[in-house]
Ligand binder design. Structure first.
Ligand code: HEC
Ligand code: HEC
Length: 153
C-alpha cells in the first residue's frame, strides 16, 4: 500500500509491504515493482531482504500450544478439510519427517489401536499433542481414522 498515488519530483512517499514468512527460514528477498510515469524509467524494482530466524521456535513449548492462535496458521489451518496423506503432509510431516521423531514407516509397524490412541490423546512428556476435538485438538474421529488408515496401510 502506498501513502499517495501522486508524488511531485523530489517528493517522498511511503510504501507498506507485508511478507508472509510462514514456513520460511533464513535469508529471503521480496521484490516490489513500482510503476511511474517517468518517461525514462517507468518501472523501478525495490527489494527488501530479510533473515528469518524462526522466532516462533525460540522457546520450548508444551504440546497443546500448537493449536493456539500464534501457531495454528502453520500447524493446523493448512490441514483443514483434508484427510489421509494430504492431512498428514499439512499437520504431521513437519515433525515426522525423517528427523528425530518416528517416521511414517516407523509408525506403520504399530497396531492400529496404539496409533489411534497416540493421535487422539498425544504422547506424554513429548511435544506430540492430542489431536482429537475432545482433547482440544482440531481433528474429528473421521480425520483421525483417515490418518490411521494411511499409516497402517
Ligand atoms: C511460520 C510457521 C510456523 C509457526 C507460526 C509455528 N510453527 Fe512450529 N513448526 C513449523 C515447522 C515448519 C516445523 C518443523 C521444522 C522445525 O522444527 O522448525 C515446526 C515444528 C514445531 C515443533 C517441533 C520441533 C521442535 O522445535 O521441537 C514444535 C514443538 C512446534 N513447531 C511448536 C510450535 C508452537 C508452540 C508454535 C506457536 C507458538 C509454532 N510452532 C508456530 C512451523 C511453524
Ligand atoms: C510438534 C511436533 C509433532 C506434530 C505436529 C505431530 N507429532 Fe506425532 N509425535 C511427536 C513426538 C515428539 C512424538 C513422540 C516421539 C516419537 O514417537 O517419535 C510423536 C509420536 C507420534 C506417534 C507415536 C509413534 C510411536 O511409534 O510411538 C504417532 C502415531 C504420531 N505421533 C502421529 C502423528 C500424527 C498422525 C500427526 C498429525 C496429526 C502428528 N503425529 C503430529 C511430534 C509431533
Amino acid at each position: 500500500m502506498a501513502s499517495s498515488d501522486r508524488l511531485r519530483p523530489g517528493e517522498k512517499g511511503k510504501i507498506d509491504v507485508s511478507v508472509d514468512i510462514r514456513g520460511r527460514l533464513g535469508k529471503i528477498t521480496k521484490t516490489i515493482t513500482v510503476y511511474t510515469n517517468d518517461p525514462v524509467k517507468p518501472a523501478t524494482t525495490l527489494s527488501v531482504r530479510m533473515n528469518i530466524k524462526d522466532r516462533a521456535h525460540l522457546d520450548r513449548y508444551a504440546a497443546g500450544e500448537i493449536f493456539g492462535d500464534k501457531c495454528r496458521g502453520c500447524h493446523v489451518d493448512q490441514g483443514k478439510g483434508k484427510a489421509g496423506w494430504d492431512l498428514f503432509k499439512a499437520d504431521c510431516f513437519m515433525c515426522h519427517n525423517a528427523g528425530t521423531n518416528t517416521s511414517l514407516t516407523g509408525m506403520s509397524k504399530k497396531p492400529r489401536e496404539y496409533l489411534r490412541k497416540a493421535i487422539r490423546e498425544g504422547v506424554d512428556n513429548t511435544v506430540m499433542p492430542g489431536w482429537e476435538e475432545t482433547n482440544g485438538g482440531p481433528l474429528d474421529e473421521g480425520d483421525i481414522e483417515s490418518l490411521v488408515d494411511l499409516i497402517s496401510r
